[in-house]
Design a binder for this molecule. Structure first.
Ligand code: MG
Length: 366
């Protein structure tokens, strides 16, 4: 049979209506929504205090498969939920017409089209990866070649508060073997003493750029070491890299960059001042860039940590799937809210238990 005959027979065998249906078959369907997450306790750091957070949720659907993504806009980087929503809408055509199997190309185009808006990019990246995992029928940790048994213990974070509230929250976190304590104000010593009044657990401390000079940082870090603190996160403002290097040469516990380290290109210049980096999907713009960051930091001999913002199980579970790659995890953002729309990663005695379902492995809370 020559090619012309084959085409004639094939055309006759397919009803016209079916051809129309196929021709009209839509690409991706995109749904975008801002979801208000209610905090169990008012959450205070050196930067803000609030009782709720709005995060951006998107769903990408095609071939009967839906991929869910979430991004938590970070005020520090001048982002908010409405801006994130607009950023996703600005690439709607690109997303609905793209082939999700070519997610690397889609994310490159999103990166070229959208300036900043890392939470919006994270929501798109996570939704694409959830879709890919479901399409291939594998949980995302498996897609990335990771062993879920390597997932580290996560800390539970205690925000800045009055000593009696800090003490209460510490007692409520009895199941967690390691705690992360927020400091950075004049009340630091009182906060740590309140925690130490009720537990001897290892502590990790986050100053969120709260200390303003290098001498104060050295004094406080050396005192924290005497209190059983394992490492200190972002003691000085992000732009004080030289001062942080000075501090590093005078203390013994590791210094981890958070606000100073947003994306992969930030890491090389931090190598002399910091021992490690805190990677967050909402800063990096998703799982793919987070993987790049972890690998670059490791190749430079730095410690790696995965953190999160206050967010639902969508974003936290996405980060948890990458957690077998890192030294430290601080993935408790979903545990701080009381209206999580999904279930995903679970925590047992501090250990991250990754879901076994395809993609992110999320189930919807009714
Ligand atoms: Mg931090």
């Amino acid at each position: 049979m020559n090619r012309r005959d084959f085409v004639k027979i094939a055309a006759a065998a397919v009803p016209l209506a079916a051809l129309r249906t196929r021709a009209a078959e839509p690409g991706m369907q995109l749904d975008v929504a801002i979801v208000r997450l209610n905090l169990r306790h008012a959450w205070t750091t050196t930067m803000s205090s609030s009782t709720y957070r709005d995060t951006l949720h998107i769903t990408l659907s095609r071939d009967g498969i839906s991929g869910h993504g979430e991004g938590a806009p970070i005020v520090r980087y001048h982002e908010d939920a409405e801006g994130a929503r607009k950023a996703v809408e600005s690439v709607r055509d690109l997303l609905v017409s793209g082939d999700p199997m070519q997610f690397t190309k889609i994310m490159a185009r999103v990166g070229q089209t959208v300036t900043g808006n890392w939470a919006a990019k994270a929501a798109i990246d996570i939704a694409l990866m959830d879709w890919i995992g479901k399409k291939l029928g594998v949980p995302l940790y498996k897609y990335f070649g990771l062993d879920p048994a390597d997932a580290p213990v996560t800390t539970f974070s205690i925000g800045i508060d009055k000593p009696e509230v800090v003490r209460q929250k510490t007692l409520q976190a009895a199941d967690f073997p390691v705690l992360k304590i927020k400091v950075g104000l004049d009340s630091d010593e009182a906060t740590i003493e309140a925690v130490r009044g009720v537990t001897k657990k290892p502590l990790r401390v986050d100053a969120n750029e709260g200390w303003k000079n290098k001498e104060e940082a050295v004094r406080k870090i050396n005192w924290l070491e005497s209190q059983g603190v394992e490492f200190i996160e972002q003691p000085l403002p992000a732009d004080m890299i030289d001062e942080t290097r000075w501090v590093r040469s005078r203390v013994h516990i590791p210094i981890i960059a958070d606000e100073a380290c947003q994306r992969a290109s930030d890491i090389p210049k931090l190598k002399e001042a910091y021992d490690g980096v805190n990677v967050k999907l909402d800063k990096s713009g998703g799982m793919l860039e987070a993987c790049n960051m972890i690998r670059i930091a490791r190749s430079l001999g730095m410690k790696t940590m995965l953190g999160c913002m206050v967010s639902s199980s969508v974003s936290v579970t996405a980060a948890a799937h990458l957690s077998p790659l890192v030294d430290y995890a601080d993935l408790d953002g979903n545990l701080l809210i009381d209206n999580d729309p999904y279930q995903g990663v679970r925590v047992e005695k501090g250990r991250l238990i990754l879901p076994q379902g395809a993609g992110l492995g999320l189930t919807k809370n009714e």
